[in-house]
Design a protein around this ligand. Structure first.
Ligand SMILES: NC(=O)c1ccc[n+]([C@@H]2O[C@H](COP(=O)([O-])OP(=O)(O)OC[C@H]3O[C@@H](n4cnc5c(N)ncnc54)[C@H](O)[C@@H]3O)[C@@H](O)[C@H]2O)c1
Length: 321
């Protein structure tokens, strides 16, 4: 079978890693690097042995699939262009900048699938591919309460969106996938600290069927933390995304009565972005079905929208909206 010809669109902070991985992926060849920046584009293209092009339009005839890692504000236009040319698309998270743009992408995907039902459209919610998360899911763990924390020092990037769209959206997608049911109620508070947008947000989600989650995202923390605690029936789990560590604690009957027994789960470490990109290539070649769909990406956007509205309401109550 011939390899998938891929273009990486946007090779900034994250896109350079898309290019690195596509260039060494077993099922694909990095056919083009696209970036309008005349310095950055050729630099990354040269590093990974691919030609550089300034626009997606020039690249489309050369490829079967695109991996879009341009700033979020461009996702909508670039995604539409790629779909209309019949190309498979891996879109970085979030799917789009607004719910309306996300819906337009889904509508265009439905139209494009009339011509090619096998067209693949995935979104880069890469924590789903974190081996520690996969280990938790493999255990069939049924969480009833979850607590996600994703905080980091102030970044120099992605400041055109709030911390919900930039950071919290990872957990909004992951929590829904772990619980396996939709979010039915959202409460949230948050504040702008160093930008005009909310830099620190805490949300409480209620899922259909009665599970709850609290989610904290901040880009004004002193140090990085990306963790998840999940509580089920007589067991709980503690997960560290960056360290790819998972500890399970269970109530068992010991010689002196009930006791909590910790188990450090063996994790085969792997780079989540590589696993996500290789799954996308496999799906495009008809060799696999793994990956986060655009429909799921839009569901995460819907929850993010509810969080943003709740934050705006809480700020209005404080007289700061
Ligand atoms: N999955 C993750 O964990 C993760 C992490 C970081 C960023 N992201 C997402 O990746 C995207 C890019 O973020 P970043 O931090 O790499 O941004 P960045 O600003 O570092 O890089 C963006 C690159 O895209 C290029 N670009 C701008 N307009 C373009 C266009 N029309 N066509 C092609 N390229 C264009 C820029 O020149 C730049 O090189 C965002 O959507 C962001 O949310 C995802």
């Amino acid at each position: 079978m011939s390899k998938l010809r891929v273009a990486v669109i946007g090779v900034g902070h994250l896109g350079q890693h898309h290019a690195r991985i596509a260039a060494s992926a077993p099922e694909a060849v990095l056919a083009v690097v696209v970036d309008p920046d005349p310095v950055r584009g050729p630099e990354i293209a040269g590093k990974y042995g691919a030609p550089w092009m300034a626009t997606l339009a020039e690249a489309l005839p050369q490829v079967d699939a695109v991996q879009i890692a341009a700033p979020t504000g461009f996702h909508h236009a670039l995604g539409l262009q790629a779909l209309k040319a019949g190309k498979h698309v891996l879109m970085e998270k979030p799917l789009a900048a607004t719910l309306e743009e996300g819906q337009a992408l889904l509508d265009t995907l439905a139209a494009a699938r009339q011509a090619n039902p096998a067209l693949v459209a995935q979104v880069g919610h890469l924590e789903r591919f974190n081996p520690a998360v996969a280990a938790l899911r493999d255990r069939g763990f049924k969480p009833r309460f979850l607590e996600a924390v994703r905080v980091s020092p102030f970044p120099a990037r992605s400041l055109e969106v709030d911390v919900v769209m930039d950071v919290m959206i990872h957990d909004l997608d992951l929590l829904r996938a772990l619980v396996g049911r939709p979010v039915v109620d959202v409460e949230a508070v948050g504040v702008p600290v160093l930008t005009p947008y909310a830099d620190l947000v805490n949300a409480r989600l209620k899922f259909a069927g009665g599970a709850f989650a609290t989610v904290t995202a901040s880009r004004v923390a002193r140090k990085k933390e990306r963790t998840l605690r999940a509580f089920g029936d007589k067991e709980y789990a503690s997960l560290d995304f960056a360290a790819q560590k998972l500890e399970l604690l269970r109530l068992v009957m010991g010689p002196e009565g009930p006791q909590v027994q910790p188990e450090q789960v063996d994790i085969q470490e792997g780079e989540p972005l590589r696993l996500e990109i290789e799954a996308f290539h496999a799906a495009c070649l008809g060799l696999g079905t793994e990956g986060v769909t655009w429909e799921e990406g839009q569901e995460a956007m819907h929850v993010a929208d509810q969080v943003q509205k709740a934050v705006a309401k809480s700020l209005a109550e404080l007289g700061r909206a």
